[in-house]
Design a protein around this ligand. Structure first.
Ligand SMILES: [Zn+2]
Length: 338
């Protein structure tokens, strides 16, 4: 089979890789329906994370069950399935507490930009749809496997409530999905921080009521202006840089909450400042599995349409162009079709 392999920063190749196969009885193998490139894939692509040896890429997937191990009874061959980028048994204490992305048997997915994918912990990880959904719904369901689940977690962690005001820092696919989540959770005012016309447009389509283009102190001042001088109830930090985190912490009101889901790169939080701010802070890798059944339903019912974040569709074999287009910000998110 063939799949994407990173050899060095900027060097993604679509080439022959080891066949996906059952290794443990708890595994399944799926045939990829659609997959995509994640914003976090750009960290190694840009050299911000080291690539010491060539390795496969990709952690977002929906597909058809091809084969299951002897311990897997929850899904069967031919079913259409959605799973999280973090696999989970869905039975351990952390899973039962709703933190499946911290499962005691967790394995992160890392080989999904390929024709077939091995899914560890398949029993707890995969959720099958009742019927095979129409192809037009695949992008939305693919978004649920990571960016939509992560945007939902950001809004959940930031405790978005009906009638509240939410600020979304970051206009990538996760930030845009954060807007969808805040809207669906009933936020009355959603302020998206974005400088890019196409992303502002999509943010508005998803439910943003205000756009702030300023950053840093000016951005904070603008948020305060829009929130009666005190800051927002909820802030979703969807970037992972020091600047974005600082922006988020300073944009929340005393008693407000920040949900941070951007993988932190050189982010340090000042304990004394956090102490005196009265701002609540929670984040981490999204427990997507907790939300999967609900988010799959919302997509199938047409209540949310996170598939709109894919503004570039390519054949899987052109995966390298997907990385390039996202790196150059020509695309928000690239969908890949085998
Ligand atoms: Zn678990």
């Amino acid at each position: 089979m063939r799949g994407a392999v990173i050899h060095a920063p900027g060097d993604i190749r679509f080439e022959t890789v080891d066949d996906a196969k059952i290794i443990k009885p708890t595994d399944a193998v799926i045939r990829t329906a659609v997959t995509c490139v994640c914003g976090s894939d750009l960290w190694p692509y840009r050299g911000a994370e080291p690539t010491e040896h060539a390795h496969p890429m990709g952690h977002e997937y929906v597909g058809f069950v091809e084969e299951v191990g002897s311990a897997v009874t929850s899904v069967k061959q031919g079913q259409f399935v959605v799973g999280s980028f973090a696999t989970s048994d869905n039975t351990c204490a952390n899973c039962r507490n709703g933190f499946q992305s911290n499962c005691l048997n967790r394995e992160f997915m890392s080989t999904c930009q390929a024709e077939y994918v091995r899914i560890p912990n398949a029993q707890g990880t995969l959720v099958a749809t009742e019927d095979v959904p129409g192809e037009d719904l695949w992008p939305g369901l693919l978004a649920v496997s990571d960016v939509m689940g992560t945007g939902w977690w950001a809004a959940d962690a930031a405790e978005v409530r009906p009638g509240s005001t939410a600020v979304v820092v970051g206009d990538g696919a996760v930030g845009l999905c954060g807007v969808i989540a805040a809207k669906d959770m009933g936020a009355e005012r959603i302020i998206a921080m974005s400088r890019h016309a196409s992303r502002q447009k999509l943010a508005r389509e998803f439910g943003a009521t205000d756009i702030v283009t300023e950053r840093g102190e000016e951005g904070v001042a603008r948020i305060k202006e829009l929130t009666g001088g005190i800051g927002a109830d909820s802030v979703l930090e969807c970037v992972g840089t020091a600047q974005a985190m600082s922006q988020a912490l300073h944009s929340a009101r005393p008693g407000g909450n920040v949900g941070f889901v951007g993988v932190p790169h050189e982010v340090a939080v000042d304990g004394q400042e956090l102490f005196f701010s009265h701002v609540g802070l929670r984040g981490g890798p999204a427990p997507v599995r907790r939300y999967l059944p609900d988010l799959i339903d919302r997509v199938l019912q047409g209540r949310i349409d996170p598939g709109k974040v894919f503004d570039l569709t390519l054949p899987l074999e052109q995966v390298a162009e997907g990385y390039k287009a996202m790196d150059e910000r020509r695309a928000i998110k690239a969908l890949l079709k085998p």
